[in-house]
Design a protein around this ligand. Structure first.
Ligand code: URP
Ligand code: ZN
Ligand code: ZN
Length: 514
């Protein structure tokens, strides 16, 4: 019998400028479903080859990166940011330039920001405003969710336009922020029904705004005006009640629900329970609540950590939330990046209700999830990829264009050093704000290289982004990952679902490569 080796089909390489072509060799590719050793070749922003070096001929002039000992992971997708948001009498200081520069520096190559219309403002006009802010400034790709901050026939009509013409499939409702964004249950039901009719995804900020308003009145009357009043006005059960109610309202309307920004164990457990009962619900927690608690924070520093729902007091919470991600009670990590300077936070000195709401997180999210998840032994690297990138791509229907290292996918790639460490500081971060809520923390998991659609934007600590390079990525309606659950083809939480997803990954990837 002949032992001559099988002829290998070599991938043809077209000569182009070296800038457009990158070859990454000797790395370990980590996708959400498997990891394996392979080389990656990129041309014009797209992954053209994934496989052994024996199957590709690389001409001279291609930028070659040796990734020996490193991981090649899909760029992070942060599904929850608020760049340059006008809120609480100030404007978030990370605009779309600084915010996406910080994102890229930390290994996030796409953000999904929230258009938040004012009450009675047209959603389309607000959407146009956000596009005009973001398009010239973004350093990485971005998508948009739109907030439903009031409800009327015209809002309902605009939802249709956003879904059908403007590339938005996800809409955030609010059960908190009474007299600002809050909707009552009756409106929530109408909104969910409409979103379902459009094959979209409903999102919810789940805290009971009526209880918060009552508690706030009482606390201020009792003379509790400092930042400690913030969590006292909205303890865990105020979040949990709203999470449960939102799950039931959406389930009754057969609408998929994304519960955004969960910060407590009880809420995470409720999402897990709903999923096991067959509800189509997904839960996101945040870099801030995974990275730290409020335990031991001196009184004078508490004002800088105010966000909603709050970073919890209990020192156990970060680990409990990470376990919820490991068990698939929760599926995603966002940052809720909405940064203010110390002078802006000081607007709420003497009245905690006036502290502008929000913290940093877009730059440090990936490292924090690695440190508290993988380095701590709670997540494996594949689950890390799922909760920082792939699940967001699937839920918002941009998979496998984003969220996967595969032929045909965008070359949004991070070359990740799992063993290197860095110490987080306001002095070295890329945010525009003058403090960092993770100041002084040392984390494992460092980006050696970050590629945004094939462009090397960060290289061993040197961040060289291009303002306006990012593109708006439309998110089409009817994500199969979500609607296969709604249509009863699969359960949200089961082994059968995992197998179904694996089959679907294969099919989607095949279709995508054709
Ligand atoms: O998230 C922040 N910081 N502000 C916007 C309102 C919200 O909860 O989305
Ligand atoms: Zn929110
Ligand atoms: Zn938010």
């Amino acid at each position: 019998m002949s032992t001559s080796p099988k002829p290998v089909k070599k991938v043809p390489i077209h000569l182009q400028s070296a800038q457009n072509r990158v070859y990454i060799k000797n790395g370990e590719i980590v996708n959400h479903d498997k990891s394996f050793k392979a080389d990656v070749y990129i041309e014009d922003g797209i992954i053209k080859f994934v496989g052994p070096s024996s199957e590709i001929t690389i001409p001279g002039g291609v930028r070659t990166i040796d990734a020996s000992g490193l991981m090649i992971i899909p760029g992070g997708i942060d599904p929850h940011t608020h760049m340059q948001l006008p809120f609480g009498g100030a404007v978030a200081v990370d605009d779309f330039y600084h915010g996406t520069k910080a994102a890229v520096a930390g290994g996030t190559t796409m953000i999904i920001d929230f258009v938040l219309p004012n009450k009675h403002e047209s959603m389309i006009e607000a959407y146009d405003k956000w596009r005009s802010w973001a398009d010239p400034k973004v350093c990485c790709d971005y998508g948009l969710h739109v907030g439903i901050t009031w409800w009327s026939k015209s809002v309902s009509e605009e939802l249709g336009i956003l879904c059908k013409e403007l590339g938005v499939n996800s809409f955030k409702t609010f059960m908190a922020y009474k007299n600002l964004y809050q909707l009552n249950d009756s409106d929530l039901l109408d909104v969910f029904e409409r979103i379902r009719g459009l094959n979209g995804v409903a999102m919810v900020h789940a805290e009971n705004g009526d209880i918060i308003a009552k508690n706030t009145q009482r606390l201020l009357a009792e003379g509790i005006t400092g930042p400690e009043g913030h969590e006292l006005s909205r303890p865990e059960e105020v979040e949990a009640e709203a999470v449960h109610r939102a799950c039931v309202l959406a389930h009754q309307m057969k609408t998929p629900l994304f519960v955004s920004g969960l910060t407590s164990k009880s809420s995470a457990e409720l999402v897990g329970r709903a999923r096991r009962s067959g509800y189509c619900v997904f839960g996101e927690t945040l870099a801030s609540s995974l990275g730290r608690s409020m335990s031991g924070v001196p009184k004078g520093d508490r004002i800088y950590c105010i966000t909603s729902p709050p970073i919890r007091e209990s020192a156990e919470t970060p680990r409990q939330l990470m376990k919820s991600l490991a068990y698939d009670d929760l599926q995603l990590t966002g940052s809720d990046n909405c940064t203010f300077n110390k002078e802006h936070k000081a607007l709420g000195k003497g009245d905690f209700t006036k502290i502008p709401n929000g913290v940093n997180g877009v730059e440090d999210r990936m490292s924090l999830v690695w440190e508290k998840g993988v380095h701590a032994g709670l997540l494996d690297p594949c689950r890390f990829v799922a909760v920082t990138s792939t699940n967001a791509a699937k839920i918002f229907n941009i998979y496998p264009q984003k969220g996967r290292i595969a032929v045909g996918s965008d070359a949004d790639i991070v070359i990740w050093n799992p063993n290197a460490t860095r110490t987080i500081s306001k002095d070295t971060h890329h945010h525009a704000c003058d403090f960092n809520i993770f100041e002084g923390m040392t984390v494992h998991g460092v980006c050696e290289f970050v590629l945004v659609r094939g462009r090397i934007c960060a290289e061993r600590g040197n961040v060289r982004v291009a303002e306006g390079f990012g593109r708006f990525i439309p998110t089409p309606v009817r994500p199969p990952f979500v609607y296969d659950i709604i249509e009863g083809k699969v359960q949200a939480s089961s082994e059968e679902q995992q197998e179904h997803q694996e089959r679907q990954n294969g099919n989607v990837a095949k279709r995508f490569a054709e």
